[in-house]
Design a protein around this ligand. Sequence first.
Ligand code: G3H
Ligand code: 13P
Ligand code: ZN
Length: 349
Amino acid sequence: MPLVTTRQLLDEAAKGGYGVGAFNVNDMEQIQAIMEAAKETNSPVIIQASRGARKFAQDNYLYHLMLAAAELYPEIPLAMHLDHGNSFETCESAIKLGFTSVMMDGSLKPDGKTPATFEENVEVTRKVVDYAHERGISVEGEIGVLGGIEDGHGAGGSGLDHVTDPDQAVEFAELTGVDSLAIAIGTSHGAYKFTKKPDGSVLKMDLLIAIHKRLPNTHLVMHGSSSVPKDLQDIINQYGGKLKETWGVPVEEIQVGIKNGVRKINVDTDNRLAITGAIRKVFAESPEKFDPRDYLTPARAAMQKVVAQRMTQFGQAGHAGDYTAISIADMAQGYASGALVTKPLVAAK
Ligand code: G3H
Ligand code: 13P
Ligand code: ZN
């Protein structure tokens, strides 16, 4: 099937009551790992690329790899998403390239570091929504700011510094018309999210539930959702790595989120850990090897295992067959006619 929009995937996921993993990629092996996991579990999937990934891989390589994935796995509904777009121009270039959805992360200024004002966030997100919807492309916005820094992107600090205010979330959804909304509930990007298993004092699931109550039909997005499993940390450290002890977001908490409106779950770090552990193992156990296939093959398999597990845990497994692709032109028509407007947006008091 052709690349589909994230909006279609999330609408379908809402009907089915499940979440869809959005996995970050930078190269061919990561795309292959995700597609094999999707085939193994019969799952729809979102593959996403950050600005850093676009720079690392180059747009044309990335796009053509995604087309190859759609061609090789016609049974898998697949969306190509821009992760953390920092400006209108970044989103525009992704849409021109062929991404089927974009995130306009207006929670930060275009430097990708400094928290933006609410007004700045609304203004740039609304501009992206107008441009994208006219072209049938879905938009994710963010209200509140995540913690941590990845590849120079992020406000840094704790995930609790700028958690989402439910009133602002409502106002933001009303003013921007986004298809999905990323919220900040205490998570951070990267491996170092929590210094112990998170409880309600650091991971604000109550806040997520409050936002969902106010915006019952808005697809919520959880960023920074790697679980940072101990076994993956241990493999890295066993083979010469130096990770400090750390905790991620427990899968059970993500599942609570999925019961409360979370439809897109962003995972990158867990796959990075799986890949690095597998490569370190080969290097440590077989130092004579130098054919990249000797370490990239187990690395790819290790990532596939993590992705397949998450697909099962998020509930998307088994749902690939539910979809008939809606064309981008039909999505544009749906936005123009008002058929894709989220109704009712705000719950009656
Ligand atoms: O947003 C964070 C993702 O893990 C992407 O990270 O910007 O290092 O590619 P990146
Ligand atoms: P993790 O670092 O927890 O995998 O989060 C990834 C993410 O949110 C990408 O946008
Ligand atoms: Zn993110």
